[in-house]
Design a binder for this molecule. Sequence first.
Ligand code: SAH
Ligand code: SF4
Ligand code: F3S
Length: 453
Amino acid sequence: MKKLFLQTFGCQMNERDSEAVSGLLIGRGYEKTQVAEEADLLLYNTCSVRDHAEQKIFGRIGNFRKMKEVNPNLIVGIVGCMAQEHGARFFKKNPEIDLVCGPGNLSQIPDLVDEIRNARAEAVGHFTGPSSRTSRLAIDKLNDEYSLGDIRYREGNIKALVTIMTGCDHRCTYCIVPYTRGDEQSRNSESILREIKDIESRGFKDVMLLGQNVNSYGKGLLDETIDFTGLLEKIQKTAPKISRLRFITSHPKDAHTRLFQAMRDLPMVCEHLHLPVQSGASSVLKRMKREHTREWYLEQIDEYRQFLPDGALTTDLITGFPGETEEDFLETLDLLERVEFDAAFIFQYSPRPGTPALKLKDDVSPEDKNRRHQALLAAQRAISLKKNQEMIGKTTEVLFESKAKRDDDRYVGRTRGYKRVVVSSPENLVGEFRPVRILSAADETLLGEIAFA
Ligand code: SAH
Ligand code: SF4
Ligand code: F3S
């Protein structure tokens, strides 16, 4: 059997894409390995969202030559968003790369790998010529992931990822995603429901719906009229044994009353909303082309909390976007403290090739970017801690997902609000729901004990 080593970077959509690719290759007789050195096929599923993410991959590509010296049959490929962005430039810079395949072409990977292998076999004994003879590039289809829609292969048996749409019609000026993933395309609901029904029948407990912009689900579907809340309702009806349904990512522009209502009324939908705000200053939001203001965002939050007073709320923030003044930054800090997010992912602005923000001067000094970043992180840590401490003494439902690393008696799970909980137990809790009383809290983790009725 041929061995596949596949490592995933970036977002959950990449995680799901990687499962789909694994499924296709396993169908062609591969088995997976966690050891890169023993692989016949090595793939990195990559992310372009920040420069840091790309540098990590460039670092690893540096090892390809050595790996191929040890194993001349090895095929190496870069897939996902970086493949889409850099395309054939990869071959020029790093001729040892055999395959470059974008997110819209993933379903071709097994065939392309076969072609590469055959071409190599033919080249033996002949003048091998330029490596382009034995390498393959597939980046011509931005939005064709639906061929992957019905792939049933999954890693694990508790949580399942389900892609409901890809691409993005927004054009936030800092963001590369619309260029690597293309315009929005929704998957038809019948296909989604079939997949979720299968997930339910296999005993999974938790489903996460994926899309760059899930709230605009349904837009552009030709043969049906459905929106995101309509989809949530259908999932509730079709697969009621799924206990937890989550979704990412929502855009503030399209998060609305009906969504909050559905989150309150549908038992399986978790009381957790991830609503990236990016900045607390309307002038910055305008330059980011976020299509919402500070005030609009705060109104949405008020409304969400009217419907779900105990609902969890998380966000993404960028510090140091071009033109961000100290006052703008203080507005962001103020918004963060006013909303009191349960958690926030905070990033320093990273200029991305081909994005509209490149025309703006990246004028916030690295020192200021970093200082503001640290200040937001510290403020958020204090808020997360405070919110977690408020849970001490309360009992909440936890779904246990794994054993704690290096400790046999400790199990790690999540609340419906996506808080991480660690519990000691002589019984194997993986895959189980238990009521847990919270005993103590840190900013990222709660410690608890099983609460017996
Ligand atoms: N579709 C999602 C996810 C986009 S990428 C959304 O619309 O929210 C995830 C997060 O990365 C974004 O929310 C943003 O906070 C951050 N991000 C995107 N581009 C960035 C850039 N150029 N520099 C720094 N952070 C960025
Ligand atoms: Fe990027 Fe904005 Fe689209 Fe999110 S909504 S993927 S941040 S362009
Ligand atoms: Fe990264 Fe592409 Fe996801 S850029 S965040 S892997 S959509």
